[in-house]
Design a protein around this ligand. Structure first.
Ligand code: PSV
Ligand code: MN
Length: 415
């Protein structure tokens, strides 16, 4: 008997012993939806250096083609997020049609209110009303783009903040921010949502206007029902309990989505689950629990969550990095689905501290690779997506066709 068979037998026995429905778990894995970011397919870097990768996407069409390849390999990455103006085109209908032909769709639209010279001192929090107007107009343009691309989510991140104590008034900036967000919210058509992302530092180093989930939640609840919080896993201080934040936002019905990535120190955009797979599992455990508990609004909220990757790969092969990221999300979900929630709840009620802990961690320790391979085979896919990528010749093909860009020194003058 092969090792793979043995551990699939172990999964079957685990489910049988606990009364878990393996077929329902497989169905949930087949329905998983991870959105990849257009900006993860192009060359990117730090402020010290942008390294070039042979075949890196140079246009939005090439980014869509690469995203479609990731979907063909994994079966669970059917949409791609766009960043405006990086991915702006004249003919959105044609781009949408191209995505259709590739078998994917356009997902969240990300406005960019941080790269124009005008935004040096902020965008929607800027002291100058003309700059705030410029930022709002750009977001309104992005809502129009969403109508054309069929996107549901406007994904907002603001670089607003200050570098020195006394530089500006915190309260005035908060009021300006809420006023601008309310105007954008009012322009959202029925069925569309705005996701408000937070980040505790960078590019501002003294204070950030949307520093944490509390501020993003406050903004979302102030501006209206279509506003939700976006949790970028890399945007927290060391040691922050992200799964707790996720549970609270679900319980309040305001968790809009994720930007998945991982980091060891600051926001490094490393592959999701690469540094701390246990944290990723615990996040998925909260999401699966919310979906399975008959507890509103958490249940409906969990069903609407947008699962997006937000990574810029600096030294990694782009496509392989994205496939690995999707696999890591599948692995975390598979383990979360295998948690015996009935026994866990029972042990929690009995205040069996370590019994409950062992119950949860036992699922994390399972080897789910054979389960994922079986799910992929059921979907008509190669059981090992990385091997399938290597065998496909796709990376060599795009390297030949697209060549290598010159790279660049990044934004650091000393580099
Ligand atoms: C900012 O660090 C961020 O996480 C935001 O989501 C941006 O849109 C994205 O990275 C790409 O720069
Ligand atoms: Mn992000």
């Amino acid at each position: 008997m092969s090792g793979a068979q043995r551990s699939m037998d172990a999964i079957r026995a685990w489910c049988d012993e606990r009364g878990l429905n393996l077929e329902a778990i497989k169905t949930a894995l087949k329905r998983q939806h991870i959105e990849t970011p257009s900006w993860g397919y192009g060359d990117s870097g730090t402020r010290f250096r942008v390294f070039s990768w042979p075949g890196a996407a140079r246009t939005v069409e090439e980014k869509l083609a690469d995203a479609a390849m990731v979907h063909r390999l994994t079966g669970v990455a059917p949409s791609v997020a766009l960043h405006i103006p990086w991915d702006r085109v004249d003919d959105w209908d044609a781009l949408k049609q191209y995505a259709d032909e590739l078998g994917i769709r356009i997902g969240a639209i990300n406005p960019n209110v941080f790269q124009d010279e005008a935004y040096k001192f902020g965008s929607i929090c800027h002291p100058d009303a003309a700059v705030r107007r410029m930022a709002v107009e750009h977001m309104l343009e992005c809502i129009e783009i969403m109508q054309k691309t069929g996107s549901r989510d406007l994904s907002l991140w603001f670089a607003d903040g200050t570098n020195y104590a006394g530089q500006d008034s915190f309260r005035a900036r908060k009021q300006r921010m809420l006023e601008s967000l309310a105007e954008v919210h009012a322009a959202l058509p029925e069925g569309k949502r705005m996701l408000i992302e937070y980040k505790f530092f960078e590019p501002a180093f003294y204070h950030t206007d949307l520093a944490d989930w509390g501020l993003a939640y406050l903004a979302a609840t102030r501006v209206g029902e279509k506003a939700h919080v976006l949790v970028d896993t890399g945007h927290h201080a060391q040691g922050t309990n992200i799964e707790h934040i996720v549970a609270v936002l679900l319980d309040e019905g305001r968790l809009g989505g994720f930007h998945f990535n991982n980091r060891k120190y600051a926001d490094d955009d490393l592959i999701v689950g690469s540094v701390n797979p246990f944290e990723l599992f615990l996040i998925f455990h909260e999401l699966v629990s919310a979906e399975q508990d008959n507890d509103e609004p958490a249940r409906s909220c969990a069903q609407q969550v947008a699962y997006m990757i937000d990574q810029s790969h600096n030294i990694e092969p782009k496509i392989e990095a994205m496939v690995q990221s999707v696999i890591n999300c599948q692995t975390a979900l598979a383990k979360a689905l295998l948690v015996d929630r009935r026994t866990l709840t029972q042990k929690q009620a009995e205040c069996d501290v370590l019994g409950a802990h062992r119950e949860l961690t036992a699922a994390f320790e399972l080897d789910v690779r054979p389960l994922l391979a079986e799910v992929r085979e059921d979907m008509g896919l190669h059981p090992e997506p990385i091997q399938a990528l290597k065998e496909s010749g796709y990376e060599e093909k795009i390297a030949r066709e697209r060549g290598t860009s010159g790279g660049g020194s990044g934004g650091y003058p000393g580099a």
